[in-house]
Design a protein around this ligand. Structure first.
Ligand SMILES: Nc1ncnc2c1ncn2[C@@H]1O[C@H](COP(=O)(O)OP(=O)(O)O)[C@@H](O)[C@H]1O
Ligand SMILES: [Mg+2]
Length: 261
């Protein structure tokens, strides 16, 4: 797992790849992006189960989930609120342990690792994007984006330089030193996206990344997510409720009561 190749942030953000919308995008995904998907399996999760104690009784939230994500594929997890999407994404992100099931990332078995090893895998392999951005309020945009690089041991001056270049490329050149409180939700999510991709993780996991955004900002974030993940060969899982962005998916998996429909 090498992350030494820096992002080439010198390119402008203008050449955004916008996939053509298919009428039946929900069931068939977007055929224009399929050729990019590799045969390599990026995530293989099998028999994933999780039960929560809710109101004193045990309730299965995930019930024997089988999930595969191929390299360079972008899969959307959709379904009603409470169907288990966030729980599954948290398990795939090694933030939460399942009660049962196996998970592989590429050739590596990643279930059953101790907390320290899980943290290492997360840092090296996964970029997260959340609905509410989860930026650090006291840090400006550049320093928020620099966090994953400094965690990889990159000196702060170099990390800031690369972060600023990526932010400029993402159309945030005027906001490199802005605090999250002075930016719009769309700008904050672009900063969060920059933070997710800056260290070139193999996997991006995004939970409702456009839910707090207006249509235009949501589209801008998804255009950038698509462009950056295509460029860096990232494999992506997006949890969403938002039908406006289904056209960005290669494949849509619909959940209901802790299972795929
Ligand atoms: N930490 C928790 N403790 C107890 N119940 C939880 C917890 N997290 C989620 N749940 C329950 O699990 C179910 C699935 O939640 P979630 O995965 O967040 O669904 P979704 O993201 O599809 O809305 C819901 O009924 C929710 O209330
Ligand atoms: Mg959720």
């Amino acid at each position: 797992m090498s992350h030494s190749t820096p992002i080439d942030a010198s390119q402008p953000a203008t050449a955004v790849h916008v996939p053509v919308m298919a009428d039946d995008a929900i069931s068939d995904g977007n055929p224009t992006r399929r050729s990019k998907i590799s045969d390599t399996i990026a995530i293989e999760a099998s028999g994933i189960s999780k039960t929560y104690l809710i109101g004193g009784s045990e309730r299965p939230v995930l019930d024997g989930i089988e999930f595969r994500l191929r390299e360079r594929e972008c899969v959307f997890l959709v379904g009603p609120s409470g169907s288990g999407k966030t729980t599954l994404l948290s398990i795939l992100g090694l933030l939460l342990s399942p009660d049962a099931g196996r998970i592989r990332f590429f050739d590596e078995q990643v279930d059953g690792l101790d907390e320290q090893a899980r943290t290492m895998v997360r840092r090296q392999m996964i970029g997260f994007v959340f609905q509410r951005f989860q930026l650090i309020d006291g840090l400006d945009a550049q320093d928020n984006v620099a966090i994953p690089l400094t965690m990889h041991g990159e000196p702060i001056a170099m990390a800031r330089k690369r972060s600023a270049a990526l932010l400029r490329r993402m159309g945030l050149g005027d906001h490199v030193n802005a605090l999250p409180s002075s930016m719009s939700p769309g700008q904050c999510q672009r900063v969060a996206l920059a933070r997710a991709v800056v260290a070139q993780p193999k996997l991006i996991l995004a939970d409702e990344p456009t839910a707090a955004l207006d249509s235009q900002s949501g589209k801008g974030v998804m255009d950038l997510l698509t462009e950056l993940t295509d460029e860096f060969n990232t494999s992506t899982v997006v949890v969403t409720h938002d039908p406006r962005i289904y056209r960005y998916a290669d494949r849509v998996c619909e959940m209901e009561n802790g299972r795929f429909k």
